[in-house]
Write a protein that binds this ligand. Structure first.
Ligand code: AMP
Ligand code: FE
Ligand code: FE
Ligand code: ZN
Length: 291
């Protein structure tokens, strides 16, 4: 196990989990307990576009003898593609990063209201139904609208909502503001963090951002790729392993746990000790919390 002198953590490590500060269904401390129950000993909380879960998750992790890596999943877009950029161990007070994540979250709120207005033309759904599914300042997204549709008895679960009413092609969808991935990578990196592209090939290798653009991100400080993720396609993973080897990138694996919101379970994919150590050694923004 290659661990730096400053990295007294132990695996297994899961570096991508969500709480109810975004679209997970459980509070941060419960996410940590679930990860621990599934054998995880080092974890990162990566709520969409916000960092407010860090303290609760960190406290819970340390109390259970686990190591906690503060993180985020930044909502970016390249052309028509939604691109998620994971950030680890950055300074959460960095003004540029705070301004951008504030802007994304604010626009997500108006966008969710627009989607609900569209849906309300055909279904009995009100904005208040969505508010009832969120915690006070959660990053609001389609999953909360899905939960409201479930509560109203219109669909059975989030999956049915995403396959139908919430699918971009069904006609109710609205986009939200999102910076390009280069902006996200720069903000995370300049805030002392390590940027990793989340699940880059969920739509297959041919629909991934162009490799030339990925190489531009690498030149601007991108640290790694999340390859072991249930939604990455097999041929996409093979291609990404080649790119990672060529550019000596960090390679991660993780569950993308969302509580009851998705079937993903903590630890279903993990990141090697060597790669966790590389993230910790590279970051300068915020240290991990150790037990
Ligand atoms: P949004 O960012 O508001 O467009 O919503 C996208 C989020 O919905 C992603 O972060 C996923 O966590 C979640 N999501 C996407 N597809 C599904 C699905 N089939 N079931 C549950 N959650 C999903
Ligand atoms: Fe999500
Ligand atoms: Fe994601
Ligand atoms: Zn995620």
């Amino acid at each position: 196990m290659t661990q730096g002198a400053h990295s007294p953590f132990s695996g297994p490590s899961d570096l991508h989990l969500h709480s109810n500060h975004s679209d997970g269904t459980e509070p941060p401390a419960e996410v940590v307990r679930q990860a621990h129950a599934h054998g995880i000993r080092t974890l990162a909380l990566t709520d969409h576009d916000r960092t407010t879960g860090w303290v609760e998750a960190g406290d819970a992790a340390v109390a259970l003898g686990m190591t906690f890596l503060p993180g985020i999943e930044f909502s970016a877009r390249h052309d028509w593609r939604s691109v998620h950029v994971l950030g680890y161990l950055f300074d959460p007070a960095d003004p540029g990063l705070v301004a951008e994540t504030d802007r994304i979250r604010t626009d997500r709120l108006g966008r969710a209201e627009r989607i609900v207005r569209n849906i309300a033309r055909d279904y009995a759904l009100d904005w208040i139904d969505v508010l009832a599914q969120t915690t006070p300042d959660a990053t609001v997204g389609r999953p909360h609208i899905a939960d409201a549709l479930v509560a109203r008895g219109i669909v059975r679960d989030r999956t049915e909502a995403f396959d139908g009413i919430l699918h971009p092609r069904t006609g109710y969808y609205e986009p939200h503001y999102a910076p390009d991935p280069l902006t996200a990578v720069r903000l995370i990196t300049r805030a002392g963090g390590v940027a990793v592209i989340a699940h880059p090939v969920t739509m297959g290798r041919d629909r991934m951002m162009p490799v030339s653009y990925l190489e531009r991100l690498i030149a601007e400080g991108l640290g790694g790729l999340e390859i072991d993720h249930r939604e990455n396609t097999e041929d996409g993973k093979r291609m990404l392993r080649g790119i990672a080897a060529e550019h000596d990138l960090i390679v991660t694996g993780s569950s993308d746990y969302h509580g009851a919101g998705k079937p993903n379970l903590p630890g279903e994919n993990t990141t090697s000790d060597e790669m966790v150590a590389r993230i910790i050694d590279r970051a300068t923004g915020t240290p991990p919390r150790y037990p």
